[in-house]
Every structure is written in C-alpha cells, then in structure tokens.
Write a protein that binds this ligand. Structure first.
Ligand code: KG4
Ligand code: ZN
Length: 336
C-alpha cells in the first residue's frame, strides 16, 4: 500500500499544504502566498503573517485534499513544519496539524523546515538518495551539509554573519527593487553585465565558512559613493555583478567541500536555489568535478508543503511520532 503524507507549512509568509505519495510523488501542492501583501512594508510583518495564515489554512487544506482526490481517512501521517521560523506563523500550522491528528486519529510528525528544503531534491529526482553534499541557501540559512542518511547529517561549514538570501534581500531593497529581493535581483540581472562592478571575496583563514558582510558593505559603499557623486547606477549591471559575486563565493566553498569530503553527489536547497546564476555556476562546478547533480525543481525551491510531506515521510517510516505536546520552535537547529 502506498504511504500518503499530508504536509503543512506556515513558517514565514506562505500557507502551504500538499499530499505526497511514498515521499516522492506529489499528488497536490497548494501555496497561498502573502508576499504581495508584505511587499508594501518592505518585509514580512510577523503579526499580520500569523493572522493571514489563520484565514488561509482551512481553505488551503480542503483544496489540497480535493485536488489530490484524497480523504482524511486515506492519510497515513500529518507532517508539519515545527521550526525554525516565525513563532506565531508556525503555531498556526502546528495547531491545525494537531487538531486534525486528534480528531481523525492520524499520527503527527513535526518536521524541521530545513530538512524539508533538502527533501525538495527527493521530489525532483525520484532516485536521488543520500549520501550527498547539499548547499542550503535560504532567507535565514547558508550552510554546506554532508547528508549521510535521510535523518543524519553533519555541517561542513556555515555563515559567519548574514545568510545568502538576506544578502540578496538587503541590497535589493537599497537599490529600490523591493521585497522579496532575491527573485527581483535575479530578474533585474538578466540584462546586466556581471563584470561591471567588482566586490571583494571574503578571506577566512583555515575555514570553509561563508561571510557576506564584507561584500554587502562594499556594495553599500559603492551605492552611497555613486549617489553622492550624482552618478547613475545601472541596476541590471549592479544586480548582475553583486549576484555573480555571491554565487561565486557559494560555489567556491562548495568546490572546497567536494575536495575535502571526496563526495561526488551535490545538490542545492532553499529559496536561493531558485537563482539562475547559482544554478548555472553549480552545474559548471559539477561538470568540473565530475559530480552527479540535482537542482530542485523551481516549484520546490521556495517554501512549499510538498517538501515537508517528503521529509516527514522518511521520519514516519523510521517510526518518528510526535505527541500533542509538540510546540513550535522558532530557532530549531538541524540535528547535525
Ligand atoms: O527558503 P525560502 O523560501 O524561505 C526561508 O526558509 O528563508 O527562502 C527565501 C529567500 C529570500 O531571501 C529570497 O530573496 C530568496 O530566498 N530567493 C532568491 C530567489 N528566489 C528566492 N534569491 C535569489 N534568487 C532567486 N531567484
Ligand atoms: Zn524556507
């Protein structure tokens, strides 16, 4: 009998539900995004996000089941993001999942949001299995993980300051692209020259760790200097150069991680994995180092519930169950 997992995701500004078969096949995936609403404030307003999740969660659940032609009785486990994320937002998904499990007598599995992002690869390539190296790059995370098994991973390196997504979002705001900055910078850069501006590469001795503060400060200084001089900034050129610099840092560390671990399977995870420049550079790296590669499907790069249902499936089949005392954990770390 196939195992059906229901995924629920509400850690930031997307209310999402999905039904996944055997951890790999997406039967339906719905996302109610609040991004347009929050863009007027230049970022996510947590209290408003929670209220919007409350309004969206029940319609999102019923649509998801209807689209998959699945009844609550057919679901083997409810897998919900328990952290990290905004606590009020997470609590909406966690409370809905707990209520559903209690009323319909379905097992509950709490999922780490970042494990969910990694699982986007399992939905993309149904034969993709650990062990592999994963570059996890989202709004709050930048790290390279050695994924040894579905629930066993170790951290090779991480960021000393900002996450890659934050580095995109902050500079995108300063150059007037608005929120969310990453996708807007990606789009703006399409017509730009990646060599028009140069930014310093971080040097951290004896470590593979990332740092984006230097490059961010250099970008801010360039913008301020040009504005003071009354010079016009070409947004496509600036976006293309800044994006190229960030993606070069990410791929340089990945290259070193491949050499350090001798791992020949590499993949991406997290919202920034949707970035066209990063995907291109990552493909070039895989070719150079003769690695098998998985690039998550665009639909599963940014927050969605199919990835949560997939990650939760592997916990479920390994016997993981959570109780009704499960909470939302805003700073939940990966079990590394
Ligand atoms: O994984 P995600 O959807 O949410 C978190 O878990 O944080 O990632 C959101 C981040 C944001 O910083 C957003 O700007 C970035 O991913 N992002 C991108 C692109 N699409 C989303 N960054 C660069 N290029 C993109 N195409
Ligand atoms: Zn995310």
């Amino acid at each position: 009998m196939p195992v059906l997992t229901l995924g629920i995701e509400s850690s930031c500004d997307e209310t999402a539900c999905a039904i996944v078969k055997d951890g790999r096949i997406v039967l339906s995936s719905m996302i109610a995004s609040q991004a347009d609403f929050h863009s007027q404030y230049g970022g996510v307003v947590p209290e408003l996000a929670s209220r919007m999740h409350v309004e969206a969660i029940v319609p999102c659940l019923s649509e998801t089941l209807k689209n998959a032609d699945v009844a609550y009785e057919d679901i083997d486990a409810v897998c919900v993001t328990k952290g990290p994320g905004l606590v009020g937002a997470l609590l909406v998904g966690v409370s809905a999942a707990k209520a559903l499990c209690e009323v319909k007598n379905i097992p509950l599995v709490g999922v780490n949001h970042m494990c969910g992002h990694i699982a986007a690869n399992y939905l993309t390539d149904t034969s993709w299995e650990p062990p592999f190296l994963c570059l996890v790059v989202s709004g709050g995370h930048s790290e390279i993980l050695l994924v040894k098994d579905y629930s066993e991973m170790s951290c090779i390196c991480s960021t000393r300051d900002d996450a890659a997504g934050e580095a995109f979002d902050k500079i995108a705001r300063v150059i007037g692209l608005g929120y969310p900055g990453g996708p807007k910078m990606d789009k703006a850069s399409l017509d730009g020259d990646p060599h028009a501006f140069s930014f310093p590469a971080p040097r951290i001795a004896d470590s593979l760790d990332f740092s984006f503060s230097g490059i961010k400060t250099a970008a801010l200084n360039t913008i301020n200097h040009m504005r003071q001089q009354g010079e016009e900034i070409s947004i496509p050129d600036f976006a293309a150069s800044y994006q190229d610099a960030i993606c070069s840092i990410l791929c340089d560390r990945m290259d070193k991680a491949i050499q350090k671990t001798h791992m020949n399977k590499i993949c991406l995870a997290g919202g920034v994995s949707a970035n066209s420049c990063l995907r291109k550079k990552f493909e070039e790296l895989a070719k150079k180092r003769h690695c098998h590669i998985c690039l998550p499907k665009m639909a599963y790069c940014t927050d969605n519930a199919a990835m949560i249902a997939s990650a939760g499936y592997y916990d479920y089949v390994h016997g993981v169950r959570d109780g009704m005392d499960m909470n939302a954990y805003p700073s939940l770390e990966l079990g590394v």
